[in-house]
Write a protein that binds this ligand. Structure first.
Ligand SMILES: [Zn+2]
Length: 264
């Protein structure tokens, strides 16, 4: 379950599961409250979708200020549907988006991780014991590459996190209601998720449950089922609120999801 919050003319979703920790920032922004024009209207956070970069800059600053952070604290990435995870340090803030990276983790306060979405799955990870936060981008490719497990593995290696302590939130993204997939995806997912309801046949076509698939990956990696929250908000059904690649037939902005540990 998610809660919706307002900050000025911006609104964002957060998970009740993560709210007991005031030092933890997590926000999944909607598409509203920015300055970009159609088809990027209005809070597009991506520099790589042919939107005016000046507007994207304004959008990012607005969104980040709305959650009480300095835009200079952001670290983002050029997402490529891979399983590369980067451990982010404070020395990296304010730099260009990291190349070819789909997951970010950090234990350093004052670093705000930012990834961008339009149907792909945003997954936040939080270990309150080791005080480590992670953010993952997983479309179907990242899902079958088990990118959330790669992020958990780096959290373990680098910071000593145990998956049984980790809380996870699976954010707004295309739901099993709308995610029709072709034979390539079915072939890639059906062995990995055999015995689950991740791939289902509906009216002669296949649908994939990216939420269930990523929850399954997290559980296989040792995250407890009760520590996983699923937003259950489909971006294609709710493309009035979120950017949706499918609803916009490929030309869409990207909404931002941020996670970080507040300084001080
Ligand atoms: Zn839907």
């Amino acid at each position: 379950m998610m809660n919706i919050k307002a900050a000025g003319n911006l609104s964002y979703y957060s998970f009740g599961l993560l709210e007991p920790w005031p030092e933890l920032t997590y926000a999944a922004f909607t598409r509203h409250g920015g300055v970009s024009a159609h088809p990027y209207d209005t809070l597009n956070m991506s520099y790589t979708v042919q939107d005016d970069p000046e507007r994207v800059k304004v959008n990012r600053e607005r969104a980040i200020r709305a959650v009480g952070w300095d835009p200079e604290c952001v670290v983002s990435a050029r997402q490529v549907h891979g399983r590369q995870v980067v451990a982010v340090s404070r020395a990296m803030v304010g730099g260009p988006d990291l190349p070819e990276t789909d997951a970010l983790v950090t234990n350093e306060p004052g670093v705000l991780l930012l990834l961008k979405f339009a149907d792909c799955v945003p997954i936040v990870l939080w270990d309150p014991k080791r005080r480590v936060v992670g953010l993952v981008h997983a479309g179907w490719r990242g899902t079958v590459l088990e990118t959330p497990a790669a992020a958990l593995e780096l959290m373990r290696q680098r910071y000593g996190c145990h998956p049984s302590s980790v809380l996870a939130g699976i954010g707004p993204s295309i739901g099993p209601c709308c995610y029709e997939v072709g034979t390539e995806v079915v072939a890639a997912a059906s062995t990995l998720f055999a015995g689950t309801t991740v791939i289902q046949q509906v009216d002669g076509s296949h649908r994939m449950d990216l939420w269930g698939a990523n929850a399954e990956t997290l559980m296989r990696a040792g995250v407890a089922e009760e520590n996983i929250a699923v937003a259950g908000v489909c971006t294609r059904c709710h493309h009035d609120q979120f950017f949706s690649h499918r609803a916009a037939k490929g030309i869409a902005g990207r909404f931002g999801v941020v996670a970080g540990i507040r300084d001080g």
